[in-house]
Write a protein that binds this ligand. Structure first.
Ligand code: NAI
Ligand code: MG
Length: 482
């Protein structure tokens, strides 16, 4: 794969100081590429390019139709390159290839979806009396920074880049240092699709050196961030000086409510997938599993049986259903929680890692199920971001709703029951941005995504994801005859 470069003002460049860092295959712990280690001056160059393209460049005169055409074309080009890019995503992040292929397919659709929106943003003419007319128009917010995480690299980047382009913004994207590779595919795709230089700039680097300057810069109008609660709070504080528009998609400790009248097998499978997909590295993972007492033993046994079927291995291996965690740091963090869990609850499953000795240096963590936990343990309160399920029994509907809401996060929740009234009443009572009924984890591009409480600020996806890249201008016209 070699030494990649980053993309500023339509040019492929090294970092100004020439420093680089390693991109590691988490299945082996070995380097497979290097990327530039962007410093504040590189971030500044990217911001300046984005600023010029917005204020003076061809983008300032772009039409909605042109933006639609570019985004639709980008979807087509991404589909042409899908196999190669999915493989790169799997290698870089560790996730199973099949899941990476789904991610890339949804990413292509995101380009199309927001391409469609580009020509459909309209204003309003609110009534203000006979003697005036008010025109409300939507305009691009300006230069947008996108700071993204490593769990869904190409999706999280495109979830910000595509609506920004549709709105007419320019962008500086800083992907996570753990998984920079697929973000570096976006410039070539968009360039081929007709995007002018300077509109999308991608800098690879670390949070404090390459990310923070984007948040501090007075030349950046908006920051879209997905990542940890801790850094989300820093970004909100750092953005305050320049009163940035900040949208934050942070973590979760999502409840998964398994009622006794659920379709049992479907609920078992969905509950397990909700924490074992993507190695559990999902902000909305159903990590707190509440099971009604009357089916508790059976459900636990069935989930353990399901967990034992998980095949841990290299993401690129077609048999693999769970890959390694993204980094050594993340592996250590999750193993630390597992040690903690052993003191706080009972262990129902500590699965097997890969048997292949070639993977002995990989960052694997086996599927793990704790049970008989309360809602107050560390493993029930904190985001683990790994394949670790915490099972908690309950008896009453009111009780499980109270427990579900008793957490600082509020990103998502799943409810499994055949009783439609109970399903909807539970969904309404949960303080979460997304509630799945008889499912877990779908996040269609057309629907809003984001958190209540400390899971975030604002919404991505759907028309909501576009609104954040638009300013609202009121033009008032005096109609009184002289
Ligand atoms: P992180 O929040 O540090 O990283 C996310 C992004 O923020 C990266 O691009 C990083 O370079 C950037 N960043 C870090 N510090 C920054 C700063 N001061 N200013 C600007 N940008 C900055 O996440 P990390 O450390 O990789 O993972 C830690 C935990 O965060 C995970 O264990 C998980 O619990 C949670 N997480 C949640 C995600 C989500 O989807 N909501 C995604 C990734 C992690
Ligand atoms: Mg960090």
């Amino acid at each position: 794969m070699g030494d990649a470069q980053m993309y500023i003002d339509g040019k492929w460049l090294d970092a100004a100081e020439g420093k680089r860092f390693d991109v590691v295959d988490p299945a082996t712990g070995e380097r497979f590429a290097t990327v530039p280690d962007a410093q504040p001056e590189d971030a500044e160059a990217a911001i300046d390019a984005a600023r010029r393209a917005f204020d003076e460049g061809p983008w300032s005169r772009s039409t909605e139709r042109e933006r639609e055409t570019i985004l639709l074309k980008a979807a087509e080009i991404l589909r042409r390159e899908a196999d190669r890019i999915a493989e790169l995503e799997s290698r870089d992040s560790g996730k199973p290839l099949g899941e990476a292929q789904e991610d890339v397919a949804e990413t292509a659709f995101m380009f199309e979806y927001y391409g469609g929106w580009a020509t459909k943003v309209t204003g309003e003419i609110p009534p203000v009396g006979r003697e005036a007319m008010s025109l409300v128009v939507k305009e691009p917010v300006g230069v947008a920074a996108a700071i993204t995480p490593w769990n869904y690299p190409i999706m999280m980047a495109t979830q910000k880049v595509a609506p920004a382009i549709a709105a007419g913004c320019t962008i500086v994207l800083k992907p996570a240092e753990q998984t920079p590779m697929t973000a570096l595919e976006l410039p070539a795709i968009l360039e081929e699709a007709g995007l002018p230089a300077g509109v999308l700039n991608v800098i690879t680097g670390f949070g404090e050196t390459a990310g923070a300057p984007l948040v501090h810069s007075p030349k950046v109008d908006k920051v879209g961030f997905t990542g940890s609660l801790e850094v989300g709070k820093i970004i909100m504080r750092d953005g305050a000086d320049t009163l940035k528009r900040v949208t934050l998609e942070l973590g979760g400790k999502s409840p998964n409510i398994f009622y006794s009248d659920a379709a049992f097998d479907e609920a078992v499978e969905g509950t397990c997938n909700g924490i074992f997909w993507n190695q559990g590295e999902i902000c909305s993972a159903g990590s707190r599993v509440f099971v009604e007492r009357s089916i508790y033993d059976d459900a636990l046994q069935a989930m353990v049986d399901h967990g034992k079927q998980v095949k841990v291995g290299r993401g690129l291996d077609p048999d693999t259903t769970m890959g390694p965690l993204v980094s050594k740091e993340q592996q250590e963090r999750v193993l630390g929680y597992i040690e903690k869990g052993k003191q706080e609850a009972k262990v129902a499953l500590l699965g097997d890692g890969p048997s292949d000795p070639a993977l002995s240096g990989g960052y694997f963590v086996p599927p793990t199920i704790f049970y008989d936990s309360t809602n107050d343990t560390t493993i029930a309160r904190e985001e683990i971001f790994g394949p670790v399920m915490t099972v908690i029994p309950f008896t009453e509907v009111d009780e499980v709703i109270r427990l579900s809401n008793d957490n600082d996060y509020g990103l998502a929740a799943a409810v499994w029951t055949r009783d439609i009234k109970k399903a909807i009443n539970t969904a309404k009572a949960l303080r979460a941005g997304t509630v799945w009924i008889n499912d877990s984890q779908p996040a269609p591009t057309e629907a809003p995504w984001g958190g209540y409480k400390q899971s975030g600020v604002g919404r991505e996806l759907g028309p909501y994801g576009l609104e954040d890249y638009l300013e609202v201008k009121h033009i008032y016209v005096n109609l009184v005859e002289e």
